[in-house]
Design a protein around this ligand. Structure first.
Ligand SMILES: NC(=O)c1ccc[n+]([C@@H]2O[C@H](COP(=O)([O-])OP(=O)(O)OC[C@H]3O[C@@H](n4cnc5c(N)ncnc54)[C@H](OP(=O)(O)O)[C@@H]3O)[C@@H](O)[C@H]2O)c1
Length: 253
């Protein structure tokens, strides 16, 4: 069984992952800003009240990880403000700042905290969550997508810099996942093709457990087959949406 640190343990994906990894018998250390969950924190150590943009909180988290893990572990970073689609003009400046802080700066801070520990214990794997929007550059997602692009760049830099110490970094580029927030904010979309949390957590565990050191610095794209996604580009789908309500119900990814 493996050892995992999950930052953002209260995010929908982070919490579902923690539950799944726990059921598979892995050893976890969970970190969140909001209050810990009683069920999981009775099984695994969980530190809450950690704002990952705050350096002293990051140091506190690093000390706790150091106490708990003395052999290689995987960090899964599931952190960052949720985004609802809007144009650059509609985006408040503060929202753009918060997106960079919550997605990119938290990841940088956590990586800076865990790398010295990973070096001491013989290595580890670092996993971040990006989004397929970086590949497609959808409209109305500029602030979010550019924060995710920074994450992808950081992961590749870490891979190149740290693999000499047996530390390997990869990111999953996720499509929309069938989380409560996604369903609530995209009520008119057809959600059949969105991967569920069950599908995602199983896929992440299987992939991470089987990653060899040769898989390093990659952006791993996760997709579920969709007729509309594979046969039409973003603008074609959008035009059809406006013109044909039947096509619209086939949905976007
Ligand atoms: N859901 C999707 O469809 C989807 C698609 C593509 C990519 N992703 C990515 O996958 C990751 C998880 O997504 P999700 O939907 O599960 O997220 P979520 O439920 O919206 O949760 C976001 C988490 O980020 C944490 N957070 C934000 N700023 C923080 C800070 N400064 N310090 C510590 N924690 C902070 C929040 O912590 P607290 O609640 O503890 O305060 C919250 O738990 C995110 O990076 C997201 O961008 C998700």
């Amino acid at each position: 069984m493996s050892k995992y640190v999950i930052t953002g343990a209260n995010s929908e994906i982070g919490y579902a992952l923690a539950q799944y990894l726990s059921k598979q018998g892995h050893e976890l250390f969970l970190v969140s800003r909001s209050a810990k969950d009683n069920a999981l924190s009775s099984i695994h150590p969980w530190t809450d009240g950690i704002d990952l943009t705050n350096e002293s909180h990051l140091i506190n988290m690093r000390e706790k990880i150091q106490e708990i893990f003395s052999s290689p572990f995987t960090l899964i970073h599931s952190v960052g403000d949720f985004w609802t689609h809007k144009s650059i003009e509609q985006t408040y400046f503060n929202e753009a700042v918060s997106l960079i802080l919550s997605h990119y700066v938290t990841l940088f801070g956590v990586i800076k905290a865990v790398v010295p520990i990973m070096k001491t214990v013989g290595g580890g794997k670092i996993i971040a969550f990006s989004c397929n929007s970086v590949k497609y550059n959808y409209p109305d997602m500029a602030a979010f997508t550019s924060a995710k692009a920074a994450i992808e760049c950081l992961i590749k830099c870490v891979a190149n810099e740290q693999s000499q110490y047996n530390i390997f970094a990869n990111a999953f580029a996720l499509p929309s996942i069938k989380t409560n927030s996604v369903i609530q904010t995209k009520p008119e979309e057809f959600h059949e093709n969105y991967p569920t949390l069950e599908e995602l957590t199983k896929c992440i565990e299987q992939t991470v457990e089987n990653l060899t050191p040769l898989v390093n610095g990659n952006i791993i794209n996760l997709f579920k087959y969709s007729d509309s996604f594979y046969h039409k580009g973003y603008y074609e789908r959008n035009t059809i949406w406006k013109e044909d309500l039947n096509e619209r119900t086939k949905g976007l990814l």
